[in-house]
Design a protein around this ligand. Structure first.
Ligand SMILES: [Zn+2]
Length: 413
């Protein structure tokens, strides 16, 4: 039985095929059941797709929906404000056309359950829970003159970094995240821009510590993503078996080749860098942080060229933080400065789907896949900037259910 048909849209199915005009897509239950002209007899609901592009829902492999402070932490809001703010970020993410996101740390996994249960109207969320960091690492947010750590996690609500040292502590913290519902683990394995005390080029976690996290994840049939800016950190992470290299901002040819040989991914995150550079004062960046950020910015363009030359598989992440986290889709136009619009869209559809081990469920519009679909006012291949304007995403369907229909295209039959 057909529940829903989207009629007469221009289909950009993201399989690599050219867009096709006048296509109908039928949905039964949560899945795409048929594609082609005139499919789906006597559906319950029809969406008129005339003049719109229909494509798979977007994905983002590096979000921090729980980090609502402009400087990247959970901030110092009263907890009730925190709850409402995070809920707003999650629901807004779906409204902007992102139907699956991987949280790269800071969001308690219970938020993903609430979204899955429909308690909040959010995307499919793949939570990492608390990021694992070594003492003095990127997740250690204490200024040098402080001993006590800032606000810790409240299970079921917030997930601040776990500061752990040594194989046993790493293993225990890794298993604790998996117990709470993390679908993969996140570690900090190099210095970072926003952390107060670590040198940017520092290597964080020993090989044995990284290996302990990878083993805990593998035993749970999942994988580890690692915050890694520099090539030395990337090499160590890959040797330990890490699958998803986040940022990879300062990448040399050798490290790129190693990513390819390891069948790993580089998740390039551009939006956060441009945001912070555009308004360093809003993020309260210190001069030291600004210097680190400028070093990243000047290297990332060459790193992307190297990825293209070596054939590194690229995933897409925005990495934006703060109380609004709006216009996440800017990442598409930012990536298209370095690749074609089709390639930029592929990073956020098929690329991330493969990274998430979800390529049989999401990433393209094909029969049997989840009905995670968006309707876009315009032609994305001709105008990649449209993703930067959430109002151009006029329809959002997740798992066969309609979450956005700003042009009132839905007709009940
Ligand atoms: Zn991040």
């Amino acid at each position: 039985m057909t529940n829903l048909v989207i009629r007469n849209a221009e289909l950009l199915d993201c399989t690599g095929a050219d867009p096709r005009a006048g296509v109908d897509v039928a949905v039964s239950g949560s899945l795409i059941s048929d594609i082609g002209p005139g499919v789906g007899s006597s559906p319950d609901e029809v969406i008129d797709g005339d003049g719109l592009t229909l494509m798979p829902g977007l994905t983002d492999a590096h979000v921090h929906m729980g980090l609502v402070d402009p400087a990247g932490g959970i901030g110092d809001l009263p907890w009730i404000d925190y709850v409402f703010t995070v809920r707003g970020v999650i629901e807004n993410t779906l409204q902007e056309g992102f139907t699956t996101v991987r949280d790269a740390g800071g969001l308690d996994p219970h938020w993903a359950r609430l979204s899955e249960q429909g308690v909040i109207a959010g995307p499919r969320i793949l939570p990492s829970g608390s990021v694992l960091s070594q003492t003095g690492g990127h997740g250690d947010l204490r200024p040098a003159h402080h001993i006590a750590h800032p606000r810790g996690s409240i299970p079921g609500l917030s997930a601040t970094p776990e500061i752990v040292d040594g194989v046993d502590q790493v293993r225990r913290a890794a298993r604790e995240q998996l117990r709470k519902g993390a679908t993969q683990l996140k570690v900090f394995s190099s210095g970072g821009v926003l952390s107060p005390t670590d040198p940017f080029d520092s290597l964080q976690f020993s090989y044995a510590e990284l290996r302990a996290a990878v083993e805990a994840a593998a035993d749970w049939h999942t994988y580890v993503l690692a915050h890694c800016h520099t090539s030395d950190a990337i090499r160590r992470a890959l040797t330990a078996g890490i699958r998803s290299i986040e940022h990879a901002s300062i990448l040399d040819e050798d490290a790129a080749q190693r990513i390819v040989e390891s069948d790993a991914f580089a998740v390039v995150t551009l939006s956060v860098k441009y945001d912070l550079l555009a308004d360093p004062e809003a993020a309260r960046l210190t001069p030291a942080q600004l210097t680190k950020l400028q070093a990243v910015e000047s290297a990332v363009h060459r790193s992307l060229e190297i990825m293209g030359e070596t054939g590194v598989k690229v995933g897409s992440g925005s990495d934006i933080v703060g109380p609004l986290q709006d216009r996440r889709g800017r990442e598409m136009a930012n990536k298209a400065k370095f690749m074609s619009p089709a390639e930029a869209i592929a990073t956020a559809t098929t690329g991330n789907a493969e990274l998430f081990y979800m390529e049989d469920r999401i990433g393209t519009v094909e029969v049997g896949k989840e009905a995670d679909l968006i309707l876009v006012d315009g032609r994305p291949l001709d105008e990649i900037e449209l993703f930067s304007d959430p109002d151009r995403i006029v329809g959002v369907i997740k798992g066969g259910r309609i979450y956005k229909d700003t042009q009132r295209r839905l007709q009940k039959s």
